[in-house]
Design a binder for this molecule. Structure first.
Ligand code: P6P
Length: 331
């Protein structure tokens, strides 16, 4: 079987569909190369002195892991000089990071969770990098306001997962492709052309320890799943919770399922834990492009008008019929 590398895939897609302009191709190749470098640092573990806390805090007031800081730095350095970006935003930085004046600026905006699932770094569980690409509005300065576009405006989205295999999953709005890192040639090789999520599932993902804090529709939905074959759903369900969104979403893309991180009563003024711009939106685009659904319990995540760069959102995503059911319960 001919091995199609990421570069060849992008060039052939542009030739066939004219949907990946040169600057966007450069952006994806630069981000994909940076993900290889992040994965390399992650895999060193204790040998690389990269485990543990950096003793610094991010915008969310969370203690940063050394690898959070390293991953963010790798992405900044990789994307500064190419002339494809107007600015970059990251979970690890409070403010938008404009491309320095010494470099040419392009028309794209890149949003990143450089290393998602940090609580899993020190215990060697899969983690990942999530990215979202928008276009900077014509004639607009690349400040925070330029980033505040709904998820439907994304021109590309993807993630890398650093697990037993290192994989890159991408969408440009024409289906979902997966690439596996060939560690001998250090190339991304196309291994899945059109990932699809089955509309039904028997597997759900939620942090059950928060059950007493959930709102009624989520209580009802999960209680029905737990009732199994003799309950209203008439079938048994299995549960998985990796606590790395990238790993949970990758499992759902691979074999179906529903992922939920609802708002809860612990912090009623917080709409959820996950971030809209660089976690929920990219994952929602990928899931919808694979035939799944993604809502905040009330509406499509991709249609939520952003108000703040780091705003949070409730997330229900995965197998279409399950997401529609739990969303209907919220109605
Ligand atoms: P909890 C990781 O910190 C993360 O942002 C997501 O990747 C993951 O789905 C979620 O938080 C896990 O949250 O509360 O179960 O630790």
């Amino acid at each position: 079987m001919t091995r199609v590398t990421l570069t060849r895939y992008l060039i052939e897609q542009q030739r066939a569909h004219n949907n990946i302009p040169a600057e966007l191709r450069l952006l994806i190749e630069v981000v994909a190369r940076a993900c290889k470098s992040i994965g390399h640092h992650v895999s060193k573990g204790a040998l690389g002195g990269v485990l543990g806390s950096a003793e610094t805090e991010n915008i969310q007031g969370e203690i940063q892991k050394k690898l959070d800081v390293i991953s963010n730095e790798i992405m900044l350095e990789a994307n500064e000089w190419g002339g494809h970006l107007a600015a970059l935003a990251s979970e690890e930085m409070e403010d938008v990071h404009p491309i320095p004046n010494r470099y040419p600026r392009g028309e794209y905006l890149l949003l990143l969770d450089p290393l998602d699932g940090s609580s899993n770094i020190d215990v060697n569980v899969s983690i990942g990098t999530i990215f979202s690409v928008l276009k900077c509005p014509e004639g607009m300065e690349p400040n925070e306001a330029a980033f505040l576009q709904p998820g439907v405006r994304q021109v590309a989205a993807g993630y890398a997962i650093y697990g037993p295999q290192t994989m890159l999953v991408l969408t440009f709005g024409f289906g979902v492709q997966a690439f596996t890192l060939d560690r001998e040639t250090f190339s991304w090789v196309l291994t899945q052309e059109q990932m699809r999520i089955p509309p039904d599932t028997q597997e759900f993902a939620i942090n059950m320890s928060n059950q007493r804090h959930w709102e009624a529709p989520v209580q009802r939905y999960v209680t029905e799943l737990l009732a199994g074959r003799t309950g209203p759903r008439g079938k048994d369900f299995n549960m998985r919770w990796i606590a790395s969104m990238v790993a949970d979403v990758h499992r759902i893309l691979t074999r179906g399922g529903i992922f939920m991180y609802p708002r809860d009563a612990r912090e009623p003024d917080k709409p959820g834990k996950l971030r809209l711009m660089y976690e929920a939106n990219p994952m929602a685009l990928i899931v919808e492009e694979a035939g799944g659904a993604a809502t905040n319990g009330q509406q499509r995540i991709l249609e939520i008008p952003p108000e703040k760069l780091h705003q949070r959102v409730a997330v229900f995503l995965g197998s279409k019929n399950e997401v529609e059911r739990v969303t209907q319960y919220h109605g």
